[in-house]
Each structure stands twice: as C-alpha cells, then as structure tokens.
Design a protein around this ligand. Sequence first.
Ligand code: UD1
Ligand code: CA
Length: 458
Amino acid sequence: MTDSATTSTRPRAAVILAAGQGTRMKSPTPKVLHKLAGRTLLDHAIDAAQGLGCERIVVVVGAHSPQVGKSARKRLGPDATVIQDPPLGTGHAVLAAKDALADFDGDVVVTYADCPLTTASVIAPLFDQLAGGAHVAVLGFEAANPTGYGRLILAPGHVLLRIVEEKEADLATKQVKHCNSGVLAADRAILFDILASVRNDNAKGEYYLTDVVGLAHDRKLVTRAAFAPEASVQGVNSQAELAAAEAVWQKARRNALMVDGVTMPAPDTVHLSWDTKIAGGAVVEQFVIFGPNVSVAAGAQIKAFSHLEGAAVGEGALIGPYARLRPGAEIGAEAHIGNFVEVKNVKVGAGAKANHLSYLGDGSVGEKANIGAGTIFCNYDGFEKFQTHVGKGAFIGSNSALVAPVRVGDGAMTGSGSVITKDVEDGALALSRAEQTTKAGWATKFRALKQAKKDSKK
Ligand code: UD1
Ligand code: CA
C-alpha cells in the first residue's frame, strides 16, 4: 500500500448512502429526488462517483421510499441498489453493501446522496491519501459552527486518530473545529473487516461509520484526513438548505462561465441548469432562465427575460428579450428570435427572423426566411401534431396561420392575415382572405346620424 504508482490506479467503487428519511424536507418527494440545477441530488452524487472513475456504484436505500431505488436502478442498472431496513446508522448502512461488493478488489469511497456540492474534484484528495499510504482516509472541513458534526481528532501531518460524534463529545472535544464531512475511503477488504467489529454502544444506539477510524488506528493502520471547503461538503436537510445549496452551485457555475469568456452583466439574475453549455463570447443578459439541455454558441446574445430549455442557439444568433425556446428548438447562426416568440421542435435556418409574437411549433424555417409578427404554426388538431415547413428566403405575412401539415416553398410569400391550408410552391404568393370593400363617406354619415340621435335625447 505504499507504492503510490500502483495504489493510485487501483479500481474504485462507491457506496452512496441514501437511506435517511429526510423528514425535515416535509415533502412527499423523497429528499434525494429533489433537484438542484434541474438534476436530482442523487444524480449529483452518482455524477461525483462516476467522475472519480468508480466502476461499481452501490446506492443504499431505505424501505420507506422505493422511488429512490427505482431512480438509481434506472441510471445504474438492476443491481445498483441495496436496502437498509431498518436504518441503524451510517456504519450499518455501509455494511448493507457488503455482499454487493464481495467480489470487488479495490478502494471504496462512501458518500452521501444529499451532498450535491461534493463533486469528484472535492473527493479526489482522499484517493491521493490512499495512494500516499493511508489505509483509511476521511474528508474533513473546518466548520464555522461545528455543532452537530463529528469532530476529527488529529495528530500532526493530517494523521487522524479518531472521530468523535457530537453526542459523545466532551466540552474540550466540542471546541474542535475540524469536522467530518461523512466521506470516507478505504480498501474494500479493510473497510468491511473493521465494520464487522463496530458496535452500537453509544449515545444514539447506532452503528457509526466513523468508528472505523479509531478501530483502524488501534490496529496500527494508517488513517489520514484530507480537507475540503465547508461549502462543498454541506448536506441538504431542509427546503431552505436546498435553496442555499442551489445558490452556491449557481454562483460557482456562473463564475466558471465568466472565466470562460461569457458576458453576464447581471450574473445573479441568471439561472443555469446542471448541463447548460455557453461558449465564450456569448452574452447572457438579465433574468435569463436555462432549463436542461441548452447550448449557446459563441457570439450569440440571449436578451433579458428569455426562457430556454432543450434548445441549441447558433453563433451570433439574437434571442429575446422575452423569447421562449422549448425542446427541439435549433436556432441557426445569425438568426433572430424576438419578443414573445415561442419555438418548439423547429429548426430555424441561418439568418432567419421571427421577431415578434409568434408560435413556431414542429417543422422548419429555411435560411433567411422572414416570419411576420403574429404568425402561428397550427400544429395540433387536438389528437396529433403535424409539421410546417417554410422554405429558404420565404416571407410569411403578419398574422398568418399556417395549418399543418403544410409547406411554403423557397422564396414564396403569404399575404398578411392569411390562413394557409395548402402547400405553396416556390416563388408563389398565397393569399386567403376576403377581398376588401370600401364604402366612401360611410363612416362620416354613420357618425352624424348617431350624434343627432344622442343630441335629440337631451
Ligand atoms: C454524520 C457523521 C458525522 C458527520 C456528519 C456530516 C456518522 C456516525 N456521523 O452524522 O460524523 O459530521 O454526518 O453531515 O457517520 N444514513 C443511512 N442510513 C442510516 C443512517 C444514515 O443511509 O442508518 C445516511 C443518511 O441518509 C445521510 C447520511 O447517511 O445521507 C448521514 O446520516 P445522518 O443521520 O445525517 O448523520 P449525522 O448524524 O448527521
Ligand atoms: Ca446529517
């Protein structure tokens, strides 16, 4: 275990603890299925394990929330969960994963499913400790207020003697600010071997995972701590803590985007999703909301109060203010999508414009086409959805209703106010509205008559 070259490449597995009740959330949704940046807390924890290269991931779930297990198995496969019932402490929870990892030869990291800010890079130093010769490594942090946490009893050189839980701590121990984040890593065989001798003769009557440290130290094994910033190891226990974690995540991600060259004049008003991709050189104005699966290319500008999800915005495109891009909106380079325009499942060609008050749903808009104000793609008959295709360079007159399925050819035009139900060939003009009649002097006579009637009543 002292050869760092060999230990650092040892296989890794993760045990993610998710059997807690989460009662303080006061929600019918299990705690770890609440979302941060549009992704469940559980998925964030799985991301961290995968980011560390864990080839096996076991999620320990309680009997009380089957949805948690279902969600984990959906992502990781049918063997990814074990049930801990009843929950008798963190050590007992890890033991529930013993059989699932019986054939695994390598290092195991234990994490919590309710710590979405504890990413792979936060945990990575634990594996450096293992690579450097530690048999058990614990991720610690310095707490502003340590009350409630397990305290790390340290000797010089990050040597960890034992962990004392709050309920077992005497007054002197309670002064210790070095706390246990809960993340622990050790060789699989050592971890389960020591866990078998952890007892529950403590204040809470629980099997503490933290007792592994003292027991390992007693066996003359090397036990060390690594440290992380407090904000990165904060757990979520209540709705307020979830919102606080979200704020930390959002701020960090916005800062990372700005470092990469994204312009954000009011970053605090921009809400990102876990997977939002924005290229350097793009501009995101005030109060823009990104749902999942959005990419924005360089030079694009997302103007204020726009809402995007499942959309791809091309280079130099101009979106908003007040635009709504929904899943399947693919906006080409230099295209313009203006105020109160909703685009869903439509590919908009390069340089095309839909600047005002339109619904473009299901279909395509060709390069450099112009969609007039108030245009509607009538895509739905109450049962099925149909496609509307507008050709390159076409000009759709304001307030046109394009009743799908329908195709307007390249370079074609539609007259304003038309209801287009039949395909329009390339270069044609389609009009469907009543011919205008004009009655000379009619309005003047009408007004005089009405006024006379009103005056006679006085
Ligand atoms: C635990 C640590 C403490 C640490 C703190 C950090 C122990 C004994 N204590 O305390 O040193 O400072 O976390 O937040 O490990 N869980 C199960 N099954 C159980 C019990 C817990 O799956 O039987 C899960 C919970 O869902 C939760 C995590 O383990 O995600 C931690 O459990 P919790 O009860 O919050 O531990 P703490 O008492 O806060
Ligand atoms: Ca806790």
